[in-house]
Write a protein that binds this ligand. Structure first.
Ligand SMILES: [Zn+2]
Length: 399
């Protein structure tokens, strides 16, 4: 019974052997003898029972109880009994692929392969040494190379994006299989020609997700003209957000007027790129401001400065009037001067008053010091029908 347990423990993976003895010293040595009656010739395949000689093979196995294990196997050489076979003598063959060159049990090899794939050569060998499995770093790497190659599915949906070999200096292109979510290729640069060349070698690709790069668009049009190009989700959201922000910025005045309570809109947090663009704009404005002043000190007229720098004369005048360049900021809300009277105007509007001139007179009595135009614009934005004072031809044009 005890012998059966030991046989299962040490030889369960090696059918065709009888356990003779187990010697436990500094290492565990398991001595076993081959008991299969015949063996097939590796050249012609003929089974032979005619033993030529006997010898011992040594196999490293997985450690047991923190002690290394060696399998000492008594095996045979056979004589091939096929007269025409060129192989006269051959080493005994076993069903589980224990070929004569193998020096390690299959399960020990599997562990080394796992370690190799995860840790690589040096780290793998160091860990295995602690596990009483002494192998060199080269052996660990060789074990990984015995693994069968991974069969890759043919990608049809891919994503293309750039990545940095060295940030800010050297960029390449990573191609990801979007179905398996695994990178499948790294290209040396992010040019259209390199991407096109790769795509031409992969004609089965149907859908390509990319960023807003014009180079990639060109490369895809050249290399895979039939593939459908889609913008990746991140850039779709970025485009939407930027469009929405532009629109909200344009309509800011109207939005503020609609909000009767006049609570200022919270400012949105800016991204790094937006902050960088803003800082760049401020620098350019400062440079123009400095040049206007420098030219003015040299005796140039405002008209001459305007022509030389391609800026409006109004801007030259404003720059010369100001002592320092004002920082970039949100433009003063144009409803500012009208703001204290908005709730009154809204109240009169809801009563049916549509005469801007009348409203102007009323708010002037309350202290409004702005122009007639401000009140007229406010009314214009709310009109759903032409004013009574609008001349007939303009009404007809508006239809
Ligand atoms: Zn043979």
């Amino acid at each position: 019974m005890e012998n059966e347990a030991l046989t299962a423990l040490f030889l369960g993976q090696l059918p065709g052997f009888r356990l003779d003895t187990v010697q436990v010293a500094e290492t565990v040595v398991v001595i076993a003898t081959s008991i299969q009656p015949t063996s097939g010739c590796p050249t012609c395949g003929t089974s032979s029972a005619r033993v030529h000689s006997r010898y011992r093979r040594h196999l490293s196995d997985l450690p047991a109880g923190g002690t290394s294990v060696t399998l000492e196997l008594a095996v045979r050489r056979f004589v091939c009994q096929e007269p025409l076979c060129r192989q006269h003598i051959f080493c005994e063959r076993f069903v589980d692929g224990l070929t004569p060159s193998v020096r390690r049990s299959r399960r020990a090899l599997a562990v080394i392969q796992h370690v190799s794939v995860i840790l690589g050569g040096n780290a793998g060998a160091a860990l295995l040494k602690r596990m009483q499995c002494r192998v060199s770093a080269s052996t660990v790497l060789r074990a990984a190379r015995l693994l069968p190659p991974v069969v890759r599915s043919v990608p049809e949906v891919i994503g293309v994006d750039d990545f940095a070999f060295r940030r800010g200096h050297v960029y390449g292109t990573v191609i990801v299989d979007l179905e398996t979510r695994r990178p499948i290729e790294l290209l040396s640069d992010r040019s259209a020609s390199t991407l096109a060349a790769w795509l031409k070698q992969h004609p089965h690709i149907k859908i390509i997700s990319r960023d807003r790069s014009l180079e990639y668009e060109k490369g895809i049009c050249e290399g895979a003209p039939m593939a459908q190009q889609v913008l990746d989700r991140w850039h779709v959201l970025k485009n939407c957000r930027e469009a929405l922000e532009r629109q909200l910025a344009r309509d800011r005045t109207a939005i503020l007027e609609i909000c009767h309570d006049q609570v200022p809109l919270p400012s949105l947090p800016r991204t790094h790129s937006e902050q960088a663009r803003r800082s760049e704009r401020q620098q350019v404005r400062q440079q123009v401001f400095d040049r206007i002043h420098a030219l003015s000190i040299n005796g140039r007229s405002q008209r001459a400065i305007s022509r030389k720098l391609y800026v409006s004369r109004g801007r030259v005048r404003a720059a010369l009037t100001a002592k320092v360049q004002p920082p970039l900021g949100r433009q003063q809300s144009r409803s500012g001067i009208l703001a204290p009277f908005l709730s009154y105007l809204q109240h009169r509007f809801s009563q049916g008053e549509r005469n801007a001139g009348q409203l102007l007179r009323e708010v002037r009595q309350q202290g409004f010091s702005g122009s007639r135009k401000r009140v007229a614009q406010w009314m214009q934005m709310r009109r759903t029908a032409p004013a009574k004072t609008t001349p007939g031809p303009y009404v007809a044009m508006g239809r």
